[in-house]
Ligand binder design. Structure first.
Ligand code: NAG
Ligand code: NAG
Ligand code: NAG
Ligand code: NAG
Length: 457
């Protein structure tokens, strides 16, 4: 098993000083939000300092303050979501820890009477133990992370209380100033939070079968950029000679077959590697290396662009064929295209795309042969490649676009229906959507949070 080491300490601090602090920190005219992406130890710090009492203007309005309060409450809800996710991962890590402890005990027992046991068994167990050994610091780190999130929650709650206090003392603050500070705090909190939510793929669980429908090959998805309450499902059966997209209002409607709309695309698609991102469908136009952006709202093509040098029409498909040469996907960092070129000897090429114009923002050449890849998906700017579309497939290779480095990994996942023709990550749900031989299934993923503050911005 591969183990993540050297993870920087993720810390989130939000310090709320008293309503009007006696100390002379910062400018005197209003609220001050200090937020550095990092301190010396690589931590995320947000500091809120209230203005001095005697300089506070008295023209704030209660309605506006209520809105600010609501904003802070919203932030608090986001933290709650984050907390739930972390708890889920934490459970998994705890389970691992228990298994490891059990193994350790067993190991000790066996060691005691090792004379009576075959040397080979003993060695096997010892090897397994050695493999697990580096996990210990990771487990410790995980516990620290969970504690920090709870602390962050409490601090948000405190900030809420401070704002409620201000509301009671109406008129004590300059609204514009306060508004500006809270907005700025919010965006900084979001940026700190996205660091906490991103991470390295550690485990894939499931899948859960949502529905059985369609041919062996197809694609289905939800839009990671919409709110969970607006969870439309799109369904695109078959990999060739089709332009019909079916839409369902919700997962329940999808399961019961209650279709809400049908779209007829202006061009047929190739393969099964389409993605819906922020209200648009991105897909590969058949027999070309053109990426099409189609708006569901207007029913029109908003952009088309050829991916330079990209192979198409089964020149560089995934292992199962099916014109799966060009794979479009989205993650926490935006929209991506994965394909292969002659220039890169048929190996996987990754392009980060501008979602409106489809212009490639950056491109990375990997050394993994596209024709030997079962599928690939992107999580937090790292591409994960499976080694087959058949039973026994695992995530085998990963390429981190932030560092332009690759790694061989070994993350197994269950393939209950033999053949996988689509596998894509949904960042909102932190899940993998798959088309598993005429079954629409969802896997959960466990990410280990790797927080780096020094290199992003
Ligand atoms: C808080 O969240 C709700 C629901 O997402 C939204 O309608 C509202 O506008 C948000 N309030 C503020 C002040 O951002
Ligand atoms: C939140 O406020 C409570 C009560 O004022 C205080 O005891 C606690 O230390 C504060 N928590 C944080 C994390 O600042
Ligand atoms: C999503 O779409 C909205 C409106 O169409 C736009 O304002 C916003 O910038 C888009 N977001 C991203 C990340 O592309
Ligand atoms: C993923 O995890 C969530 C929360 O634990 C659970 O409700 C859901 O059923 C899981 N889904 C899958 C596909 O395993």
């Amino acid at each position: 098993m591969r183990v993540l080491l050297g993870v920087p300490t993720p810390i989130f601090l939000l310090i709320v000083y008293g309503l009007c602090p006696s100390m002379t920190i910062g400018p005197k005219e209003g609220w001050q939000v200090y937020s550095s992406a990092q301190d010396a130890d690589g931590r995320c710090i947000c500091t809120v300092v209230a203005p001095e009492q005697n300089l506070c203007s008295r023209d704030a309005k209660s309605r506006q303050l209520r809105q600010l309060l609501e904003k802070v409450q919203n932030m608090s809800q986001s933290i709650e979501v984050l907390n739930l996710r972390t708890q889920r991962d934490f459970q998994y890590v705890m389970k691992m820890e228990n298994q490891m402890k059990g193994l350790r005990t067993k190991f000790r027992q066996i060691e005691e009477d090792r004379k009576t046991i075959m040397a080979r068994n003993f060695k096997e167990l010892k090897d397994r133990m050695d493999e697990l050994q580096p996990l210990i610091p990771v487990l410790e780190q995980y516990k620290t992370d969970t504690k920090l999130i709870s602390q962050f929650k409490e601090e948000i709650r405190n900030l809420s209380a401070v704002l409620t206090g201000i509301q009671d003392e109406l008129g004590a603050y300059d609204y514009d100033e306060l508004y500006h500070r809270v907005m700025s705090l919010e965006s900084r909190l979001r940026s700190c939070m996205s660091k906490l939510t991103c991470g390295k793929l550690m485990k894939i669980t499931g899948p859960v079968t949502i529905k059985t429908s369609g041919t062996r090959f197809g694609a289905w998805m939800t839009d990671p950029m919409t709110s969970p309450r607006n969870n439309r499902v799109w369904y695109m059966d078959t990999y060739t000679n089709s332009k019909v997209v079916r839409e369902y209002k919700s997962m329940e409607d999808f399961v019961s077959g209650q279709e809400s709309r049908t779209y007829y695309l202006p061009f047929k698609w190739a393969g099964t590697n389409h993605v819906v991102y922020n209200g648009s469908l991105y897909y590969n136009k058949e027999q070309s290396n053109i990426v099409v952006r189609y708006s569901f709202e207007t029913g029109r093509v908003l952009a088309q662009r050829a991916l330079e040098y990209a192979g198409f029409h089964n020149v560089y498909p995934y292992t199962w064929g099916g014109f799966s040469d060009i794979d479009l996907m989205a993650d926490e960092m935006g929209l991506w295209a994965v394909y292969a070129t002659n220039q890169n000897a048929g190996n996987v090429v990754i392009s980060h795309l501008e979602p409106e114009t489809l212009e490639p923002l950056s491109t990375w050449n990997t050394e993994y042969s596209k024709r030997n890849a079962g599928e690939s998906f992107m999580i937090c700017g790292t591409l994960y490649v499976t080694n087959s579309h058949l039973t026994g497939a695992k995530v085998y290779y990963s390429y981190d676009t932030k560092t332009s480095t690759y790694e061989y990994v070994d993350i197994p996942f269950h393939n209950p229906y033999f053949h996988i023709s689509m596998l894509d990550y949904n960042a909102r749900e932190r899940a993998l959507y798959a088309w598993n031989n005429g079954h629409q299934v969802i896997f959960n993923v466990t990410l280990y949070h790797v927080i780096k503050t020094e290199d992003d911005s």
